[in-house]
Write a protein that binds this ligand. Structure first.
Ligand code: BTN
Length: 289
């Protein structure tokens, strides 16, 4: 399928730096035309240089050649189609659980005001790291989050990788992805915001994301719990875990663990290595996960 040539992207690096650096000293924004993976790059820098590479940075890639998703999956994207970036910063929360949920909440909330409609959340959160778009086609994955951490002595460094589909893909252009059914293309922001582009999307999400991660570092997940509930895509639905367990999802606890009511009682799912899928879409709509 032929695509219009890509105009140079005008990244709002300076505006983001101006918004963030007063609250996060040392913060920089770096945009690269192509790189293997923004997460891999920031982890590599920190592992190689430790504290001297721990200054907060927003690394944006126009194109990743080996983007990574959760559970060893690939994250495939093309320049201009997806916004791909990682935020790297030192972080010392008392408890790390729920960080990817806080990131998803921040991104969904930052995009919401741009979405026309009645204010109902069209972007929902699928525990633990996906954002789903709810539209006439049903519910489809819009974005994914990959949080990785590394230590250097007492210093803990977090790399928060985000991939958001921005430009709608024709079905024949959709790369094979392990977590998308063949019949449906993934969702894209342009499905609900026709003029959206990767630069504008970054402008909307970057500064609020830094604030959310700072808040998480201070207070943990508890202040995000109710905000997650307002967008929880699984609440009240029959789900199946990757270990075969079935039950009904009952939201998340104060620590971000998914609560699933099973035949053996209430189970707390904390492992990010467990995947969860709803067993039926709400209202019989289309489903992908
Ligand atoms: C998932 O859906 O499993 C998570 C996808 C995370 C993709 C982003 S794109 C920017 C950053 N760099 C990566 O290699 N992965 C994350």
């Amino acid at each position: 399928m032929s695509r219009p040539p890509l105009a140079p992207i005008r990244w709002p690096a300076e505006a983001i730096w101006e918004a963030v650096s007063p609250v996060l000293p040392g913060f920089t924004v770096e945009v690269l035309p192509t790189i293997e993976s923004t997460n891999t790059e920031l982890m590599r820098r920190f592992r190689a240089a430790g504290p001297t590479a721990a200054e907060p940075v927003l690394l944006v890639a126009e194109q990743q050649t080996a983007g990574r998703g959760r559970m060893g999956r690939a994250w495939q994207s093309r320049a201009g189609d997806s916004l791909t970036f990682s935020l790297g910063m030192a972080l010392q929360p008392a408890d790390w659980s729920g960080l990817s949920l806080a990131v998803g909440i921040s991104i969904a909330e930052s995009l919401q005001p741009a979405i026309p409609g009645d204010g109902q959340p069209r972007i929902r959160l699928k525990w633990p790291n996906d954002l789903w778009l709810i539209d006439a086609q049903g519910e489809r994955k819009l974005a994914g989050i990959l949080v990785e951490t590394a230590s250097w002595g007492e210093l803990r460094y977090a790399v928060i990788g985000v991939g958001i589909n921005v430009r709608a893909l024709a079905l024949d252009a959709v790369p094979a992805a392990a977590d998308q059914p063949a019949a449906l293309p993934p969702a894209a922001l342009q499905d609900i915001l026709p003029g959206m582009d990767v630069a504008r999307a970054l402008q909307l999400v970057a500064a609020p994301l830094v604030q959310a991660v700072q808040a998480f570092g201070l207070f943990g997940f508890a202040p995000f719990q109710a905000r997650f509930a307002a967008r929880d895509a699984l609440a009240g639905r029959a789900v199946q875990l990757s270990d075969g367990t079935q039950g009904v999802a009952h939201g998340v606890g104060e620590n971000g663990a998914l609560l699933v009511h099973t035949a053996a009682g209430m189970k707390e799912i904390t492992s990010s290595e467990v995947s969860v899928r709803p067993m039926a879409p709400p209202n019989g709509g289309a489903l992908s996960c």
